[in-house]
Each structure stands twice: as structure tokens, then as C-alpha cells.
Design a protein around this ligand. Structure first.
Ligand code: SF4
Length: 72
């Protein structure tokens, strides 16, 4: 059983900083759609990784706190 960390990219920011190469957008109109898609992807991939042990979950971005609290 492999050990692994899980990284979840939240690609939304309040503003786009000129020096930043991480993928993010400032238009947050599709946040709900993004979260639904992310949950669906997790559901689809979960069986494939059911024997893995994830000891870390990291939320990056972007700015994860741009998501509404309930979505986060
Ligand atoms: S991820 Fe951080 S540094 Fe990059 S654009 Fe967003 S706020 Fe700026």
C-alpha cells in the first residue's frame, strides 16, 4: 500500500499577480461548477486508489479561501 500526499488545486484568485506562474483565474462565476466537477473526479478516481494511504491533503492554488466556506 503506497503512502501518498493529495494535492487539490483551487484555481481562483482575487487578482492575478504578475510574477505568478500558477494557473488561476479571477472570474469566479464557475466556482460551483468547478467544485461539482472536482467532487465527481474524486468519486471516479477513488476506487483506483482505495488501497493507498493518504497522509497529507494539501489545498493550493490559486487561493483556496476564495471558495465559499461550504464549498471548501
Ligand atoms: S496564486 Fe497567489 S501569487 Fe498567484 S495570482 Fe493568486 S494570489 Fe497571486
Amino acid at each position: 500500500m503506497p503512502d501518498a500526499g493529495l494535492y487539490i488545486h483551487i484555481p481562483f484568485c482575487e487578482k492575478k499577480c504578475g510574477y505568478c506562474d500558477f494557473y488561476s483565474v479571477t472570474n469566479r462565476e464557475r466556482q460551483e461548477e468547478f467544485v461539482s466537477g472536482l467532487l465527481r473526479e474524486i468519486e471516479l478516481l477513488a476506487p483506483q486508489y482505495r488501497h493507498w494511504r493518504f497522509d497529507t491533503v494539501f489545498f493550493g492554488g490559486g487561493t483556496p479561501t476564495t471558495l465559499p466556506l461550504k464549498a471548501l
